[in-house]
Design a protein around this ligand. Structure first.
Ligand code: ZN
Ligand code: ZN
Length: 124
């Protein structure tokens, strides 16, 4: 990751990036692709797969607001994962409580046994 960000930082300073960036801005007419707002805009990578030799489709123009929104759930896999983990844990706890509640309502001695379905046995 260190090498990547170093390369990324250098690339952002390069003439190649500036040329590419201008192409993206021209294609999107300098407007945010999400909310169509004009004004200060950023060029956002949809993929870093071809960083340094991007295709025109690899980046889009976004205003700072939409850009920040994208990054809040795109480039922070750890935050997203832990948030998801909390939700899963909460659901598991609630389900566990429901199961406990249902179990406590049932008769303690299992007198009713599941009857084997006789129709499943082929007749002769
Ligand atoms: Zn926007
Ligand atoms: Zn971005």
């Amino acid at each position: 990751m260190g090498e990547f960000s170093q390369f990324y930082r250098d690339y952002m300073q390069s003439a190649a990036w500036r040329t590419y960036r201008r192409q993206v801005l021209t294609r999107d007419k300098g407007r945010c692709r999400q909310c169509r707002r004009r004004g200060p805009v950023d060029v956002h990578h949809l993929t870093y797969e071809r960083l340094g030799h991007e295709r025109l489709a690899d980046c889009i123009t976004l205003c700072p607001t939409c850009h920040a929104a994208r990054h809040s759930h795109m480039h922070q896999p750890h935050a997203a994962a832990s948030g998801m983990g909390c939700l899963v844990l909460l659901v598991a706890v609630v389900l566990g409580l429901v199961v406990l509640f249902l179990a406590s309502r049932q008769p303690s001695h299992p007198s009713v046994r599941p009857v084997a379905p006789k129709s499943a046995v082929p007749r002769r």
